[in-house]
Ligand binder design. Structure first.
Ligand code: GSH
Length: 264
């Protein structure tokens, strides 16, 4: 299998996590989304949306991280990541649907306003018209929003609300994890695979105080367990270049005062 991906992409990390958990061999094609490689015509021919991840397995060319995880589960049933009962499967999918609908868009806002804006501005963003033109099929409204995140950071319209929406998912996780070992019952599942990249994103942005020091003991325990899985290093650490890791952490530290004001 071939996976087009990027080190700091939460959606790509989710798919890498599922591939590693299921012990499936894969070959990585690195698309640097902070340098605009997702808009290269060769890549747009595979994925007109100009986003990662994208999986190629035989004749199948599949975008959308949640669908990729479901496909892997259907096609390669060994090391299952879905529970047996229909009820538990439905609960897993409530998490994965929420990630697609709300948490991931909120995570994009958080990551751009806290960190990626600095990297993109340093790489050179051009003027607004150039930025709009280089957007795949993202659309003018989404592209304009991203431009505002890059130019204005946390003061961009709606950015603070997106961050609060992101953080509301930490409360939802804490409620679930105070009742059971994993997000759906006592077995690790695609719900945990789907949420791990977002908790890891907060950690990558130096925002562990959200759950540490007894604030969210369930999330704290769960994230320690997630980090101790053999799949964590190849899914989350290996592909994030040290320079970008350091930059995200430092940018997170300098934004923490603004974020803290929103939360506490
Ligand atoms: N719904 C898609 C979202 C994919 C997505 O938003 N990918 C981001 C990285 S996590 C991306 O490639 N962004 C490119 C850009 O910001 O231009 C999925 O789950 O795969």
């Amino acid at each position: 299998m071939k996976l087009y991906h990027h080190g700091s992409s939460a959606c790509a990390a989710k798919v890498r996590f599922a591939l590693e958990e299921k012990q499936l061999p894969w070959e990585g094609y690195y698309i640097d989304i902070l340098k605009g490689e997702q808009f290269h015509p060769d890549y747009l021919a595979l994925n007109p949306k100009g986003v990662v991840p994208l999986l190629i397995d035989g004749n199948l060319v599949l975008p959308e991280s949640t669908l990729i995880c479901e496909y892997l589960e259907d096609k390669y049933p060994a090391h299952p990541l879905l529970p047996a009962s229909a009820e538990d499967k439905a609960h897993v999918r409530l998490w994965t649907k929420a990630v697609d609908e709300e948490l991931h868009p909120a995570c994009s806002a958080l990551t751009y306003v806290v960190s990626h804006r600095h990297t993109i501005l340093r790489n050179g963003v051009g003027d607004f018209e150039e930025f709009l033109a280089a957007g795949g099929s993202e659309g003018k409204a989404a592209r304009t929003l991203k431009w505002q995140w890059i130019q204005e950071g946390i003061k961009a319209p709606g950015a603070a609300n997106k961050i609060l929406l992101f953080l509301s998912y930490m409360d939802k996780m804490e409620a679930a994890l105070s009742q059971s070992e994993y997000l759906v019952g006592d077995s690790f599942s695609l719900a945990d695979v789907a949420m791990a990249p977002y908790v890891n994103r907060l950690a990558a942005l130096a925002m562990e105080p959200v759950w540490e020091n007894g604030r969210m003991p369930g999330v704290d325990r769960w994230f320690e367990a997630v980090k101790s899985r053999p799949s964590f290093e190849p899914a989350f650490i290996k592909w994030l270049p040290q320079e970008l890791r350091d930059e995200m952490y430092a940018n997170g530290q300098r934004s923490w005062a603004d974020i803290e004001k929103l939360i506490f």
